[in-house]
Ligand binder design. Sequence first.
Ligand code: ASP
Length: 362
Amino acid sequence: MTRRETLKRGGRGLILLAVMIFSAGSAWAGEAPLPLPRVAILAMGGTIAGQGASATATTQYTAGVLDVGALVASVPGLEKVARISAEQVANIDSAHITNEHLLKLARRVNALTAAGAVDGIVVTHGTDTLEETAYFLNLVVEADAPVVLTGSMRPATAISADGPLNLYNAVVLAASPQARGQGVLVAMNERIDASRDVTKTHTTNVDTFRSPEFGCLGYVIDGKVHLLRAQTKRHTVRSEFRLGKLEKLPRVEVLYGHGNDSGDLVDAAVRAGAQGIVHAGVGDGGAFPATYAALKEARAKGVVVVRASRVGSGPVAPNEDDRKDGMVTSDTLNPQKARILLMLALTRTTDLAEIRRIFTEY
Ligand code: ASP
């Protein structure tokens, strides 16, 4: 569908909670100007909305203070890129994100796209768990409209705050026809990354979001999108995961492996009611013997166990023991993303063959 057709179909029913900025795009002489794309900004909080006591406070600040109107107002020139609507979905440090936040945000994205109310969506989000929210949306968004997550490493009050340029670039990307059908994307520090592959790699530096092994999909530079590659794994309209009336996600815990480990935390997770455990194992998903024994016992009780790796890049591939002991492997998903996929997988099935298929396809 062309943007003109999409525009004709849409345009109704969008509730604007904060800001609307209208402007017209340029056109050839004699042709009516094409209206700018409609981009909704959904704000979740994080450092991009953070406030510190001074301009030099780059790590000492409170995340999730400024509202979405202030974020939009801090970016010059946005009104030349898109017609912006803005909504506050939450205003929290992303370490506090719950499964309920994920469901609420995904439902809002799906409602906006289903109503034909937007051409693209930007989610502003704390960077600490941004990759998890982005990957969750990648799996449950039901439209091929661009959905782009962004945030910042420096609070809005800091010298050289990175939020305004990140937000500008995210809106440029969400407004771009090139981003349509590419799955949920992350726009940080001029790069475009696939939500499936990207991860936060530095605790404080603005150059923190990377897709180890795979590299970024492209760049936004000088307000222009340069998309070089595409992700091939299933996402959004090609995903089998649909939220429907789902109110709760199954409990899945991530346990971090190390030398001299024990099975105690595995047993505790099972006792607490975990339906799934992701083990962030050593190397290509290895576990200390006592831990592995506990994982096998957990599996015998019906818990789905995914072997992932704490290494940070590279695959965890299935081996003979996995088949014998009923383990699933994470492919190239990091442990926190394996948790997201396992939660969604468990909403559909507990069949091991099916869950293994899901871990190869997403
Ligand atoms: N603690 C912050 C958060 O994730 C960090 C950030 O946004 O950069 O909300």
